[in-house]
Ligand binder design. Structure first.
Ligand code: SF4
Length: 162
């Protein structure tokens, strides 16, 4: 759905607002997701995530989503799957050296980020792709990590107080 992917990049600011609202709602339920069991929810969440983000962003289900810092452009659509900025082969017209008809996803990501409130986040290097988590839900992973962080902070606070 290349046309929709381009639309998403052009509307990165509106999608950023939508993302922040839905992420807040979703993560308000983190304890519920973890209570039900991440493993139990993994399959249905991955199916819904793959479908919705697949339509909007051509999501490749890398397992750790960076849309909110890459201008609402899924940089996993780079034919070289480069996670940290464009390779040295971007053409003078901003197109991909592997697929000349396609604008470089990192050029698109940069354009999208310019319209976002947190657009500067694109300057921070991303963690490398982790093949072990491919195909899993990035949404649930964030929830599990949030709960882990909260539990660790509470344990440390308890240790300090005891
Ligand atoms: S960054 Fe990963 S999870 Fe996010 S849309 Fe792209 S492939 Fe999907």
């Amino acid at each position: 759905m290349y046309i929709i992917r381009q639309w998403a990049t052009r509307h990165a600011r509106s999608l950023e607002v939508f993302y922040q609202l839905t992420a807040r709602l979703f993560h308000a339920c983190d304890a519920i997701w973890v209570g039900i069991g991440i493993a139990r929810l993994e399959r249905p969440f991955a199916v819904v995530e793959s479908w919705t983000k697949g339509v909007l962003f051509d999501c490749r289900m890398c397992g750790r989503c960076h849309l909110s810092v890459t201008g609402m452009t899924c940089v996993m659509n780079c034919p070289k799957a480069i996670r940290n900025g464009p390779c040295g082969g971007v053409r003078a017209n901003g197109h991909c050296e592997v697929k000349p008809a396609m604008p470089c996803v990192w050029v698109e990501a940069w354009k999208g980020a310019q319209s976002m409130r947190l657009g500067n986040a694109i300057r921070v290097p991303l963690a490398p792709r982790d093949h072990a988590i491919e195909g899993t839900s990035a949404w649930l992973r964030l929830s599990a990590e949030n709960i882990d962080r909260q539990r660790t902070a509470k344990r440390r606070a308890d240790e300090v107080l005891s």
